[in-house]
Ligand binder design. Structure first.
Ligand code: DC
Length: 260
């Protein structure tokens, strides 16, 4: 049987008046699928997640930017990084939103655009340190679940498929060789006019990998049911195409199962 275009669009497009809610017994993910993209820094998650979200008409949530925003405020407010209750209070009280304009996604924290400020190396280090804290993770995971619960979202981070949405509709684990990830991070910073050394950047990437993979709470790891994609020798376009193809197939399968 031919697929109903209205039904397909209902699953695909987040803000176009979905028909999925009428057909899905649970009525939970009324605005589309939940897509999780996890992996180490520099694997290309942000870029592919943004393109994939745009292609699907979904909301893009950069959860790393949320940890960075908390780090920025910790610094500005001189909060003790060992004080778990102060950290929880701060992280849970921040009003974080994402605004996508053309190719760029801005992160607003209490209305203030912090997109540039959160990318500085000092904030990267602080974000890595505070993301180990249970209090910060609890506050941000709660926010991420709230933002994504209706579906129609692409969430990108380290623990999306394992902790935030273990029942995500599709999980990807995007990886790349360490040298290549260091080179990408280096080029990104140079492009932004930040003075950096390649060796130092590579060491920082390795240090952050180690921190992310060995922390007690929600360490970075591939979910058992995640699709592994290595982006080392691949173009962004190629990776997005592969992901989009997998998503489209999943949508078609869902539509068929509703029609039976
Ligand atoms: O993806 P990123 O480099 O912008 O992430 C910033 C830091 O936040 C990084 O050290 C890993 C951490 N992070 C995390 O612990 N869990 C997430 N879901 C996303 C990021």
């Amino acid at each position: 049987m031919a697929l109903s275009p209205t039904f397909k669009d209902g699953i695909k497009k987040r803000r176009s008046g979905s028909t999925l809610s009428k057909s899905r017994p649970s009525g939970r993910r009324v605005e589309g699928l939940i897509i999780a993209i996890d992996g180490p820094s520099g694997a290309g998650k942000s870029t592919v997640a943004r393109f994939l979200a745009k292609r699907l008409g979904y909301l893009y949530i950069d959860t790393g930017a949320m940890y960075r925003a908390v780090a920025l405020k910790v610094k500005e407010k001189f909060i003790d990084t060992e004080d778990e209750s102060a950290l929880y209070l701060l992280a849970s009280s921040l009003f974080i939103t994402f605004v996508t304009e053309g190719e760029e996604t801005h992160i607003l924290c209490g209305g203030e655009d912090v997109t540039e400020a959160i990318r500085l190396p000092e904030i990267s280090r602080l974000a890595s340190a505070i993301s180990k804290k249970k209090s910060v993770r609890e506050a941000l995971v709660q926010k991420q679940r709230e933002m994504g619960r209706k579906g129609g979202v692409v969430l990108e981070g380290r623990d999306i498929g394992t902790v935030v949405f273990p029942d995500a509709d599709i999980k990807f684990y995007l990886d790349a060789e360490t040298e290549e990830r260091g080179r990408r991070r280096f080029n990104e910073l140079v492009k932004k006019g930040v003075e950096v050394d390649f060796k130092e950047t590579l060491e920082e990437v390795m240090q952050r990998d180690h921190n992310d993979m060995h922390r007690v709470h929600s360490p970075l790891k591939k979910a058992g049911d995640a699709v592994l994609i290595d982006s080392t020798h691949r173009s962004i376009k190629g990776v997005v195409e592969e992901m989009a193809h997998i998503v489209e197939e999943r949508i078609e399968d869902r539509v068929k199962s509703y029609e039976l």
